[in-house]
Design a protein around this ligand. Structure first.
Ligand code: ATR
Length: 276
């Protein structure tokens, strides 16, 4: 029987998940489908509770429903429990399970694209304090990062995120990052700055160590002003598309029973779609 899965949220029209999972379904010759369902937040709890009745084996959850989805789970994985948010749901023995895979996607992409980033020193500077930042900070701490400085325009938001992840995470105002950069092995932009239509992230990168990795979770455009400047100055860079591709791996494996590969061909397919 065809295994049915979908991406849910509002809006879902921008989601690249159907393209991603559709590619894998075809590549592995699996009898499955991956669609989209527009689910407004006020209907979200009911929708996720009735996944089985709707004929779905699971779904992805995108904004603004990730916290609502978490609230109706029977079981949450460690990341979802830590973040209070879930982006990947599946049914098992009639129970609703959920995971948060964004942090996994971020780390898996780093491992896959930057050789030797995971050295002895483990200090990160994360800019932004929204949902993506929380997921990445959690993943970095779990990965053994000893110092994570979290800088945000609204300091109270950085303080709130830092408080959930313990003493390894230090909050800082966004305009005070220069001194901290000298200690960072990785700089991650988790703000919306640099996104198409938004202002660029203007940051003097010269205080960074030459071995530092500069990464951005923004992927439209793929080459953000931050990444362009970093590459020009000789830093290793990691764009936001890889995180999107890798965060889909655990869900696909749960639903369809095959651990899919993130290939160069898949990345090219997504890049063409983003350009279209
Ligand atoms: P998400 O949940 O998708 O990660 P979000 O909650 O909308 O996104 O968060 C966007 C992030 O970009 C926030 O950290 C925001 O800073 P504030 O908390 O101060 O709002 C940051 N951001 C957006 N516009 C910004 C700007 N012009 N300058 C600095 N930071 C900005």
């Amino acid at each position: 029987m065809t295994v049915r899965v979908c991406v849910t949220g509002q809006p879902v029209s921008y989601s690249r998940s159907p393209l991603l999972h559709g590619y894998w379904l075809k590549a592995y010759g699996i009898d499955g489908s991956y669609g989209r369902e527009e689910v407004p937040p006020e209907q979200a709890a009911g929708f996720y509770r009735s996944l089985a009745a709707r004929g779905y084996a699971g779904c992805n959850v995108t904004a603004p429903n990730k916290e609502i989805a978490f609230s109706v789970l029977d079981e949450a994985d460690e990341s979802a429990a830590a973040l209070g948010s879930a982006n990947t749901l599946w049914l098992e023995d009639g129970r609703l399970y959920g995971a948060s895979t964004d942090g996994y996607g971020f780390i898996a992409n780093l491992d896959a694209t930057v050789m030797g980033w995971d050295g002895a020193r483990k200090a990160a500077l994360v800019l932004g304090a929204g949902g993506a930042s929380r997921a990445i900070v959690h993943a970095l701490v779990k990965r053994g990062f000893e110092r994570v400085v979290l800088a945000n325009r609204t300091l109270e938001r950085a303080e709130a995120v830092a408080a959930s992840f313990g003493p390894a995470v230090v909050p800082l105002a966004f305009d005070k990052v220069t001194d901290v950069m000298a200690d960072a092995d990785i700089l991650v932009n988790c703000t919306s700055l640099g996104m198409k239509g938004a202002a660029p992230l203007l940051l003097d990168l010269s205080p960074l160590r030459p071995e530092a990795v500069v990464s951005d979770i923004v992927y439209v455009p793929l080459l953000t002003p931050l990444l362009k400047a970093a590459a020009e100055q000789g830093f290793r860079t990691v764009d936001g598309l890889g995180m999107l591709l890798h965060q889909g791996v655990p869900g696909f494996e749960r639903w369809f029973g095959v651990r899919p590969e993130v290939t160069a061909e898949l990345r090219d397919l997504l890049i063409s779609d983003l350009r279209a």
